[in-house]
Design a binder for this molecule. Sequence first.
Ligand code: GNR
Ligand code: NI
Length: 178
Amino acid sequence: MAVLPIVEVPDPRLRLVSKPVETIDDSTRAFVADMIETMYDAHGIGLAAIQVGVDQRILVIDLQDEVETDEDGKETPIRDPRAYINPEILSVGDESKIYNEGCLSIPEQYAEVARPASCRVRWQDETGASHEEYLDGLLSTCMQHEIDHLNGVLFIDHISRLKRDMVMKKLAKMRRAG
Ligand code: GNR
Ligand code: NI
């Protein structure tokens, strides 16, 4: 397993439309394991393959919203990583929801993004098996954010030009400060 370097804006690879995975094999599974390790190392709740420079339709998500409490009362998040290969949004609900989004490829910048609150998604797992599920809450938001990456779309594309310029300015300032 390996922690892979994360691609950041304005790297043009983030604008690529990723390609469907044709065969799911041991090398796919090894890459998924690296993506999961990279996601945890970066403290993200999701990661798309293109964020580590691979233009394949693969993403991983772990919201880590459940914690385990030990005898001393110390809380550790329970890891439950999921891989989604060739994910497709089949339909979205009518209701829209605003979430303060961040992105590992736009480090430490956040903006409120409106998206459909729920969606129906189909994907393949690491064994190649197909699944279909209705998602809502943060999982729905995160899935839409990740599938956007597979289509070369970033959360800043969903906000006003003014807010986008503010995010990019703050990012430049942060990078100058190191
Ligand atoms: O870690 C992440 N947090 C997050 C918060 C709100 C909406 C989406 C996300 S995904 C992001 C990790 C990332 O950049 N995935 O592409
Ligand atoms: Ni992202």
